[in-house]
Write a protein that binds this ligand. Sequence first.
Ligand code: BES
Ligand code: MN
Ligand code: MN
Length: 463
Amino acid sequence: MDSIKEYLEKNKDRFLDELVDLLKIPSISADPAYKGDMLKAADAVKARLLEAGCDMAEVSPTPGHPVVYAEKIIDKNLPTVLVYGHYDVQPPDPLDLWNSPPFEPVIKETKIHPEGAIYARGSCDDKGQMYMHVKALEYMTKNDELPCNVKFMIEGEEEVGSEHLDWFIKENKEKLQNDVILISDTGMISKDTPSITTGLRGLSYVEVEVTGANRDLHSGLYGGAVANPLNILSQMIAQLTDENNHITIPGFYDNVKNLSDEERAKMAEAPFSLKEYKEKLDIKDVHGEKGYSTLERGSIRPTLDVNGMWGGYIGEGAKTVLPSKAYAKISMRLVPNQDWKEITELFKKHFESLAPDSVIVEVKPHHGGYPYVTPIDTIGYQAASAAYEETFGKIPIPQRSGGSIPIVSLFEKELESKIILMGFGLDTDAIHSPNEHFGIWNYLKGIETIPWFYKHFTEMSKK
Ligand code: BES
Ligand code: MN
Ligand code: MN
């Protein structure tokens, strides 16, 4: 297996070029205008999987964007690894904050990435990380190092809630049977502190609409006498948290599984510098729920955030108006054992109860997902840990992440698999933001580490 380093050295320019080609396709799942590019990206992934050595690959239509499925079965008696990833990306907005166009990848050096990083929407989340698995497969098939069976399921709706993947999994349970699910769609602590993600938060995402009068009004003639939906909405949102930054929705915390003091102490051992954290974000101080550390606030505690809020006049100059409507998009990150459907209902009931008679409030649920936490005493985790040890020379730290991949808990439920989250991104990679990038070092390290996972997983499964 030591030949992986040589193989990387020989092929790294091509590995980069191929990723660049994939990043040029604007596969934005949220915007129907990019439907054609979604298909183009799915076809490209399929072609690359076949080139990398899969026996079969197909683009399966769904009522939404297609799923790419591929496999290489070498022996039915050997274990099967199912790789999941997504080829869709977040919309690149706001465009004017990008230093180079989001779908014209460029390589630039940074302080954290002196080897260069590739700047493009989707470079880290998730095309770059997904493509590490395709190239790791190429290495294994071309060098006779594939020790087990492999299946790929690469979807196109992750960034919009994986609405139809649910259906796809239920339809294809047999085909998707596996011994472990391997995903690279998260991050690690730092380049010299490898970590394996052991938890993801769940999500409830809602949109609210507050309506006042039946039309926009002159804010001089009516201001002070008729409700201003923007003022009311702000007041309602302000009431959703208290002075300790606790969420005030009745019942919100009822099912939250609190960590033991021991677990919290273990968590606090992970390397983390509050000073650096603040410096990187240019903030004077952090903010959050009283009684919890920054690491805890961002991973093991639930949250409520306004993601966007609009209404009234936002054009040039000033216009005096009482808007008829105000809107906000609100997300709640959830932790075990919160049920996103229950939380959505609790939110709706509470938010409606906060509305004065002067306005009408409507709460529209978007998507959601369950949280996920994985134990570390499984073969999958141990194999992943051994793989990092081979390539980083260090035992990776298990760490719960604050992000969400809602489909992960469904994998566990429907396919009864354990999921291993081997992420190679860094928090500073600006995923979902302008100037998203992925370190070339991280990309190559991922390709190097993945074959070791296959090797150790297959060996440990035999025992
Ligand atoms: N890959 C991310 C999730 C992620 C990133 C988890 C980093 C842990 C560390 C994924 O593509 C994502 O963005 N998920 C969304 C949820 C989805 C329903 C839109 C999220 O977390 O906001
Ligand atoms: Mn992702
Ligand atoms: Mn994402």
